[in-house]
Ligand binder design. Sequence first.
Ligand code: NOJ
Length: 575
Amino acid sequence: MQSLTWWQTAVFYQIYPRSFADGNGDGIGDFAGMIDRLDYLRDLGVGALWLSPHYPSPNADCGYDISDYTGVAPEYGTLDDFRRFLDGAHARGMRVLLDLVLNHTSVEHPWFRESRSSRDNPKRDWYIWRDPAPDGGPPNNWYSAFGGSAWTFDETTGQYYYHFFFKEQPDLNWRNPDVKRAMWQAIRFWLDMGVDGFRLDAIDTIFEDPALTPHESRLSQIEMLRIWRENRSPEETKELWEQFALMFRYQVQQPGLHELMKELRALVNEYPGDRVLIGEGDDIAYYGNGSDELHLVFNFPLMRTNRLTPAWVRANQAERLAALPPGAWPCNTLGNHDVGRMWTAYGDGVNDAALARLHVAMLLTLKGTPVLYNGEEIGMTDLLLERFEQLRDNQAVNLYHLAVGDGIDPAEAMKMAAAISRDRCRTPFQWANAPNAGFSPPGVTTWLPVNPNYAQGVNVADQEQNPDSLLNYYRRLIGARQAIPALLAGDYAPLHPDEDRYLAFLRTTPDQRCLVVLNFSPEPVTTGFDLNGARLRTLFSSHPRPTRDEHPERLTLAPFEAYIGEVIRIGTDWE
Ligand code: NOJ
C-alpha cells in the first residue's frame, strides 16, 4: 500500500466542547467530561479529535471570539486538564487538533483593549480602524457575515473598526508583522505541548481590500434571507450565491492569503510527527502546489444541497478530484457546528434512518479523510428552539431583529431565527435515557435545551445495548473502513455515470480493488458490473446478505443498502 500519514487514514471527529460532556455538573461541557469519554471515542474507532475553540472567551460567538490564545476557558477547566485530555487521547492512539481563529479576536482580548484605547497606542494598527464616511456613517457598504454593517463606531477614538463577523469579533490587521509574530507564538505554544494540528477558522476572511472598494450586490441581507427561506428554484439559488459572492467580494480571498498559508505550513513543518492544517474555506487553492500550503481543505461544496443524490455526489467528486493539485489529499464531511445536523439536513422525512446510514457509508468510502461531527453517530437531529430567550447563537438573534425591523411578525421571525440558528445542531450530547440525557446531572439547567428525543433511543447507553443501533453501525463501518486498504488509499473511479438510483465506484490500490455500491433509492436494485470475470467478496454491507460471494454481473441491493465488495481478480492485472 502507498504509504500514507495518519491524517490521511484516520477518521476525524469534531467535538463541540460546550456540548459534549459536562464533568462538573454546571450545565456546560468541559475537559473533565471529555476525558471521561475518551474510551467511548476510542471504541468508536476515530483517530483524530478536532476541538472547537476551548480558549477563554466572552462567548459572543460561542468561543470563536477568543480573549486568550494560550489559555483554557475556565468553564472548561485548566491548562492541566487540557494536558490530561491530550495525553489521554494520545495514550489511546488518537490525535488532537485545535481550532485556530486567525481572522479576529474577541473585543475583550488585551490586544484589542489596547488598540481601542487611543489612536497612538502601539497596538492601534493591530486591528482595522478607519475614519467615518463624510456623512459620519461607516467607511463603506460592507456587511458583516452575521448581519448588519461590518463597521462599528468606537466613541473613545472617533473611528470605526472592521469586523467580518460580530462586532465583538474585530478583525486583526494581518498586514502588520507584529500580529503575525504574536499569533505564531501562540501556535508554537500548542505545538510545543504536543497538539497534532489545527483546523483553521475562516481563512478566506483574513485579508480585506485595503482600498475598501464598495460591493455591488443589489440584494440586501434581509432580501437574501427571504429568498433563502422560501422554496427556491435552482435559478434563484444560483442567483443567491452570485449575489452573495458579489456582496463579500472585497472582504474575502484577498491577495496575501497564500503567502501566509505557506509561512504557516513552514512553521508547522518544523515540528516532528506530521502535524496537520485543515482549512475552513472550500477553495482548492488552499492546497497550494499540493504540499506547500494546507494539508486538507474541506470539500464543502458536497454539502451545499438538501438532497444528496448519486448525480450530485458524482459531479462533486469529478470536479473536486480533478481540481486537486498533485499530491493533495481530499477531505469530506457532512456536518459541523455551523449547519443543520446531517440526519435532518439530508433526510427526506420518511427514510431518514436509512439515509443516515447510507450517507455516512458514502462519507467513509469516498476518497479522502472523513470528518464526523459529534452526535451524528447516534442520530442526533436538529432541535428548533421555540422561544427567543433560548437562543444562544447571536447570528440568529441578529437575524430575528433584522426580520422584525423589516416588518415580519415576531412569531414568524422566531421561526426564521430558529431555522437558521446554529443552536439547532449544538444541543447537549445525548449519553443516556436519563434526565438531561445524561449530559448534566438531573435538575441542572443545561446551556442549551436537551433534545427530548434522547428518550426515544437517541442516546449512547440505549444504542450500546442494541447490536443494530446506528452507533454500532458506525463502529462496524469505521472498523471496516480502517481494515480495507483500498478504501484508505485507493484511487476513485466512478461506474455507471448515468444511473440515478445508485452511486457505484471502484477504489483501487496496486494490491486491492473494491467495488462500492450505494443504493439511494427506496426500492431494491438489481444491476451488473463488468469486472472482467472477477468475483466479488462482500466486505461490508449495511444490510444482512445471504451469501459472502457475489457475481458482479448480477448484484442485488436492498433499499438504501450500502455495499462494499472486494474484487477478486483472476489474473494479475485489474483490467
Ligand atoms: C467559522 C466558524 O465555524 C463559526 O462557528 C464562526 O462563527 C465563524 N467562523 C467566525 O469565527
